[in-house]
Design a protein around this ligand. Structure first.
Ligand code: ACO
Length: 451
């Protein structure tokens, strides 16, 4: 099959949010710490009415309904998540509740976990399946979803939640490039969830940033090498119309784009350095590994790459700035944001670079090409038109006060893994079509209903 990629795309965000300005005041930190320092505007919140299953049920049902996809057209379904509520039963098995009533049970795929990378791993599996001898001509459906919550402290304002579903098949409007994907994986303890009774991770903040940036360096260098051989042209930031990143918080993404710009400078020829990067000349002789927290270099690289950032990356930060870290779905929320930032005709034929990072660590840099056909009635046109509802979802969310957010966090923490359990969160503000947790019975079985 040719042109394997994303045919349909759906995003679900929480209907509740807390404003980061309010959070700064409530937490007693200096004004601007979360809004400027992290680059965040708001954070999506889930009460005890939502869990990983409900988020995934919502996003899958929404995609199938809005694109009029029949249940029998799905041949593979995979879930990437790090929001674990059962050590044995997969989220995929829970999603089969949507398919079974239609007599559809012949669906491959299962859950994949490694921090924020599980969604990308699931996507790579789905692409491989469509390109393999096991393919039965049907679509693969990839779900990336998480609820990101942190213990009280500096990481708490970098939480969030969301779910993305991607329909994968041939002749797609968003086509993944073949032969250029670059992966970087290592063993580190930067962010992990060893306490199975808690939703909260153990985070080594500084190490997590260092690991993210070093993985970015390695993946990008390897991608550039492969892509320049594959496409027979020089590959640097100019090669891409947009570059999207896993987004723990938006400020890190601006630093990341600057980091790629610095990599371009670093690998450029002597003449190229003088001609095209005069403002970086003082940093010619640094050792890359020593510079993750070099303030002067960071500042110079951010200034030098400002136009690139505004053009190639800023449009992809809408959802991340408003919802926060969605872990596995974060990068794909970036794709959604980019697609709704422009008209279909402005996106036709564009090249997009994507960096996925999951702590622990697993990371990849890969790319996709948007189809040339942006005419009315084209798959690209349809995809973008349907995604535009994300803008109204963002506007129709319900704001809660930081005190209420903390109350919900306490409830989540106390009720985590308890059974039987009757959730107390209101369903009043949920978007139409949202699945929610009705109750957990004495045998820990979870039951869901839909608004
Ligand atoms: N106005 C403007 N900027 C400010 C202000 C202010 N009033 N106060 C502080 N800042 C800036 C700081 O200068 C700093 O800028 P810098 O990033 O350029 O150094 C920034 O705000 C953050 O402040 P810090 O005090 O350095 O860090 P903080 O204690 O807030 O922790 C962190 C931030 C590390 C992101 C924390 O929230 C965290 O651990 N998050 C979870 C881990 C994470 O997301 N890691 C990233 C990759 S792994 C993953 O995806 C989970």
């Amino acid at each position: 099959p040719e042109d394997v990629g994303i045919i349909a795309l759906e995003l679900t965000i929480p209907s509740l949010y807390v404003d980061q300005n309010d959070l700064e005041k409530h937490d007693g930190v200096s004004t601007g710490k979360y809004t400027i320092g992290h680059g965040q505007k708001a954070m999506g919140i889930c009460t005890d009415r939502e869990d990983i299953n409900s988020l995934c049920l919502t996003v899958v049902q929404k995609l199938l309904e809005r694109y009029h996809i029949d249940y029998s057209q799905i041949g593979r379904l995979e879930v990437g998540t790090e929001t674990i509520i059962d050590k044995s039963k997969s989220v995929k098995s829970v999603l089969m509740q949507l398919f079974e009533p239609h007599g559809v049970t012949d669906i491959e795929g299962i859950d994949t976990t490694n921090a924020c990378f599980g969604g990308t791993a699931a996507l790579f599996n789905a692409i491989s399946w469509v390109e393999s001898s096991a393919w039965n001509g049907k679509y693969a459906l990839v779900v990336a979803a998480d609820i990101a919550v942190y213990a009280k402290g500096p990481a708490r304002p970098t939480g969030g939640a969301g779910a993305v579903a991607m329909l994968i098949g041939p002749n797609a409007p968003l086509v993944f490039d073949r032969g250029v994907r670059s992966v970087y994986m290592r063993h580190v303890f930067d962010f992990y969830k060893p306490d199975l009774s808690s939703e909260y991770p153990v985070v080594d903040s500084k190490l997590s940033i260092q690991c993210y940036l070093s993985a970015l360096d390695k993946c990008y260098q390897s991608y550039c090498q492969k892509a320049s051989e594959c496409f027979n042209e020089k590959v640097d930031l100019k090669f891409f119309d947009a570059v999207l990143f896993h987004t723990p918080y938006c400020k890190l993404v601006q630093k990341s784009l600057a980091r790629l710009h610095f990599n371009d400078f670093y690998s450029a020829s002597k003449e190229d350095k003088v001609t095209n990067y005069p403002d970086l000349k003082n940093f010619e002789n640094v050792i890359l590994e020593d510079t993750y927290f070099d303030r002067d270099l960071e500042k110079a690289a951010i200034n030098s790459s400002k136009d690139y950032f505004n053009e190639k990356t800023l449009p992809s930060l809408l959802v991340a700035s408003q919802v926060g870290n969605m872990y596995t779905s974060s990068l794909y929320g970036g794709l959604v944001s980019l697609l709704i930032s422009k008209k279909p005709s402005e996106l036709a034929g564009k090249k997009i670079g994507l960096f996925s990072y999951g702590s622990g660590l697993a990371s990849a840099f890969f790319s996709l090409r948007i189809s040339q056909d942006a005419s009315d009635g084209s798959d690209l046109h349809k995809l973008i038109s349907l995604l535009n509802s994300v803008k109204s979802d963002l506007n129709q969310r319900h704001k809660i006060e930081p005190e209420t957010f903390e109350k919900y966090m306490d409830i989540r923490q106390k009720s985590n893994h308890s059974a039987p359990y009757e959730p107390i969160g209101s369903i009043e503000n949920f978007f139409p079509g949202t699945f929610y947790l009705k109750n957990i019975d004495e045998k820990y079985r979870r039951y869901y209903e839909r608004v």
